[in-house]
Design a protein around this ligand. Sequence first.
Ligand SMILES: Cc1cc2nc3c(=O)[nH]c(=O)nc-3n(C[C@H](O)[C@H](O)[C@H](O)COP(=O)(O)OP(=O)(O)OC[C@H]3O[C@@H](n4cnc5c(N)ncnc54)[C@H](O)[C@@H]3O)c2cc1C
Length: 544
Amino acid sequence: MIWSAALEILLQNKCDFLVIGSGVAGLSYALKVADFGQVVLISKRSLDESNTRYAQGGIAAVWSPEDSPDSHVNDTLVAGAGLCRRETVEKVVREGPIRVQELIDQGVTFCRDEPNGDFDLGREGGHTERRILHARDRTGEEIVRALVERVRENPNIEIRENCMAVDLITGSWLARRKEELPPYPDVVRGAYVLSLETHVVDVFSAKIVALCTGGAGKVYRYTSNPDVASGDGMAMAYRAGAHLQNMEFVQFHPTCLFHPKAKRFLISEALRGEGGKLRLGSGKRFMERYHELAELAPRDVVARAIDSELKKTGADCVYLDMTHLEASFLRERFPVIYGRCADMGIDIASDPIPVVPAAHYFCGGVATDLHGESSVRNLFAIGETACTGLHGANRLASNSLLEGVVFAHSAAEAACERLGELECLDLPNWDSGKAVDSDELVVIKQTWEEIRTFMWNYVGIMRTTRRLKRARHRVQLLQEEIRNYYWDFRLTGDLVELRNLAQVADLVVESALARRESRGLHYTIDFPHSDMRWVRDTELRKRT
Ligand SMILES: Cc1cc2nc3c(=O)[nH]c(=O)nc-3n(C[C@H](O)[C@H](O)[C@H](O)COP(=O)(O)OP(=O)(O)OC[C@H]3O[C@@H](n4cnc5c(N)ncnc54)[C@H](O)[C@@H]3O)c2cc1C
């Protein structure tokens, strides 16, 4: 017995750097730290599945001589509605071009202008200058392609695909097991990781852990995010005692395709830029009633208007009408959208496109310092899972890929500097107790649907205190049910995600209830105006 325990410890996975997640943040960080130590990179699905992969618009950086860092800083601050951390904004904007150049050096190809060979810089809503480097509407795919190639050829990076981090292991968790005093400040020691192929939970001991797990769009019924975006990093960090911030600021994209077979397909704003009109099922337009710019109003205004019409009429979707344009133009200008809609039986030259707003981006997350380190020592959070202070109450388009690469660099620098002082511990193996295989998968599915539906209806684009309290009541009951269920049955990916979705839902609801004003992406009918007294971050930390 003693021998088998000793053998298990001997066989434990140990590494210098454990990287959880393989989007732009995880891939960039792994490549940087791999020069200094042994890296294990785990990813819930294949290495190339992430929010990053679906990024369409591009990555913002001051590139042209007509542009300036001050202008990019200012645009970011304006979008953030008073809640950006200025030093973070300055850092990201000023380091941005260097990190983008590094992406190019890693093999990422951005589009260039034909005649002069300069980068073809795009302009997006909220940017006063052209500063978006892009690879047509496939920027994310191109970034992932190049970085995954580099990661796969790096001998210091051990890749574990279809592996899902379940929980972080911290010093205070270990101390509680041994009935000792917890360390101060708390420190991360590793993580438990579920193989989605063998269903075994392994322990990974690491000197430094980086959460690069992306956002949590899946907590809402409609989302532009792929299935992997279930807020695992935010939930794990919260359970580990890290501080989270600003979880109420969820960005909704106004127009995602509404079709039973088209999970999460974005219909770009550029269609409205080409004169697309939003209509109700009756054919009537409605945007003029909400904003003088009608369909060209800012993204959050359009999303709120659609939401309001859907709530009033009880309809499932509204329609984006592009039928004023020739099929040949639409095919040429929007090949991906044209093709995808055609696959669903919608000819956008003759049929209005059914659309709904969808949860798109989480501005809040694990609170970090300027090096991407969380309040738990040696635990870094990078990319969408983090709250660095860059976005404040609203994200400026194309700033998130940039944030990922800038913070991957800073976190790598900070982590490598202290590596020599750290050690890997022998950690306890996962104890599944008397858990048995679940024969009630329908329970998971039902609870999952319930969370996503009430988050959409009660904690969506337009909130009220009453709806939020209703959601709080539901989420607390469900969390209790999940807690009971969780330890009785052997872990599956769905069960782990369900627990995390409920946790994130709870955090969004609590943060939204705490903010008694409307600001940026958080709009509540009960407090429809911004209030100077609320110019501060919403902080959450686990009650122990
Ligand atoms: C449709 C769409 C279009 C967008 N367009 C743009 C754009 O044009 N410009 C821009 O700047 N931003 C855009 N964004 C936002 C941007 O893509 C994301 O914010 C950014 O890519 C996040 O990168 P990340 O590395 O933090 O996370 P992700 O790219 O989401 O990567 C997260 C990784 O973590 C893994 N993971 C999650 N949980 C676990 C777990 N428990 N265990 C192991 N692995 C786990 C996932 O599998 C994934 O590999 C867009 C987003 C979407 C959805």
